[in-house]
Design a protein around this ligand. Structure first.
Ligand SMILES: Cc1cc2nc3c(=O)[nH]c(=O)nc-3n(C[C@H](O)[C@H](O)[C@H](O)COP(=O)(O)OP(=O)(O)OC[C@H]3O[C@@H](n4cnc5c(N)ncnc54)[C@H](O)[C@@H]3O)c2cc1C
Length: 429
């Protein structure tokens, strides 16, 4: 990998997401060599992926080059590499570009979509976990309307304009709200010769409410906002299969659709070598102690979505969200320096800063530790917080300008089919 050997201990970080980047920043300008490995050369701001999928933002505005984030740090090295295996005995990682020895290893590989073993759903549905997946979804949504315009078969046309989202968490809710706004504001203008009122957006939720992790008030208000936007919410219904044409559920309910978006769950993105049952617990996450240390190792750690730390307040681990990842990354940075200096490490304490979701124009719900509010103020808070946490001044400016433009003009100009999404199952309705 062409990494120089120095006298400093080498910390290898797998993953340049929220956790990996905040850890690397904490270790900057310290007497350690940091090697960050990621299969992408950019950091993805996942909370805004749904805006890429729905043409509200260009993908570049929510991605940032990892090299640039850490360009001023001495002793820092980035390699574009897919880590395939971890050899804990030999203290090395095996990647598609070679192997690398480490003194300390931090797994910050995040999470991946969880299909709960249903391979047919995995094959036929759309996920929204990465920028390429969001671009595929954007293409598919637009291709559906182009195809709907061409077909004279009413069933096919309806299926093409029928969007089924599985999962009523923040991702499902935000995506449904954005699709509903497209239906109302964009489609009638773009497709005047298509009856776009027939377009339908469904959320299928296995539980009895949307935004389960938030307060009852936030959940009820989000439902109210969605219903006013014309989104159909199906609660206590579980999707059992999707063959690319029909969604079946555990009830009599079925949906004919060309687009099933799977937002029903994630699981830890574990790596061979640390994926044996002795290391893994609920949600396919790596079990760590209060210092983010992987069971049985002094020098191997996991942070962020992939790590499962059980505490009295969080017996099911911390939520798979940006804040725990950022806070764990920072804390581990301090702890690694303490460990190297022979000092005792400090246990991780999570500071819950709340949760929020937006449903659309002037509509958001915010649960802060002390206040809970909904509506237009919540929407401003949501925008401010997302702009604040975006990496890079240019990205913040571009996103802000896009949002102002979209708000004033009721528009979403990134509705472009740059790379068509190739469907294997087409026109079978
Ligand atoms: C659509 C969506 C919306 C979300 N909205 C919110 C929200 O509103 N608020 C919130 O707090 N959280 C939200 N989240 C969750 C939040 O994005 C994650 O909790 C957070 O990104 C976790 O950070 P992380 O550093 O653990 O992992 P990630 O940010 O996922 O980073 C993991 C990195 O590891 C890399 N990687 C993985 N495996 C390998 C490998 N084998 N080799 C090399 N590199 C590898 C990946 O390329 C990636 O860059 C959302 C997530 C999604 C998908």
């Amino acid at each position: 990998m062409n990494i120089p050997r120095t006298s400093f201990p080498r910390v290898v970080i797998i993953g340049g997401g929220f956790a990996g980047v905040s850890l690397a920043k904490k270790l900057s300008k310290q007497e350690v060599q940091v090697v960050l490995l990621d299969k992408h050369n950019y950091h993805t701001f996942q909370p805004l992926l749904y805006q890429v999928s729905t043409g509200g933002l260009e993908p570049d505005s929510i991605a940032y080059p990892i090299r640039k984030i850490l360009k001023d740090f001495p002793n820092f090295h980035f390699r574009l590499a897919n880590v395939e295996e971890i050899n804990t005995e030999a203290k090395k990682v095996i990647t598609d570009i070679g192997t690398l020895k480490f003194d300390y290893l931090v797994v910050a590989s995040g999470s991946k979509t969880n299909y709960f073993g249903n391979t047919e759903i995995e094959k036929n549905s759309m996920a929204m976990k990465t920028i390429p997946q969001s671009l595929n979804l954007r293409s598919l949504i637009l291709e559906n309307f182009e195809d709907a315009l061409l077909t004279s078969d009413l069933n096919e046309r309806n299926a093409l304009m029928n969007f089924v989202i599985v999962g009523g968490g923040p991702t499902g809710v935000e995506l449904a709200g954005a699709l509903a706004e497209i239906k109302k504001g964009i489609l009638p203008k773009d497709y005047p010769d298509l009856d776009t009122r027939m377009a339908q957006i469904h959320i299928i939720q296995s539980g009895d409410c949307v935004l389960k992790g938030m307060s009852d008030k936030a959940s009820a208000k989000a439902e109210d906002f969605l219903e006013k936007l014309g989104v159909h919410i199906w609660k206590n219904v579980r999707v059992t299969n999707y063959d690319g044409k029909t969604v079946t559920t555990n009830s009599d309910l079925t949906f004919e659709t060309a687009t099933l978006i799977w937002a029903a769950g994630v699981k830890g993105a574990t790596i061979k070598g640390l994926d044996a049952s002795e290391f893994i617990t609920r949600g396919n996450r790596i079990l760590v102690n209060e210092f983010n240390q992987v069971k049985g190792f002094n020098h191997i750690f996991a942070v962020g979505d992939v790590a499962f730390m059980e505490t009295v307040e969080h017996p099911e681990g911390f939520p798979m969200m940006a804040q725990p990842a950022i806070q764990q990354g920072k804390q581990l940075g301090e702890n690694l320096l303490r460990l190297i200096e022979g000092k005792s490490m400090k246990p991780f304490e999570y500071k819950d800063k709340g949760a929020m979701a937006t449903i659309g124009r002037n509509k958001a719900v915010v649960d802060l530790p002390k206040f809970k509010f909904q509506g237009i103020i919540a929407w401003y808070v949501w925008m401010f917080v997302h702009l604040f946490f975006l990496i890079g001044f240019r990205n913040r400016m571009v996103v802000f300008i896009n949002w102002v433009y979209n708000y004033v003009r009721f528009d979403r100009e990134a509705r472009l089919i740059i790379t068509p999404f190739k469907r294997t199952l087409k026109s079978k309705f």
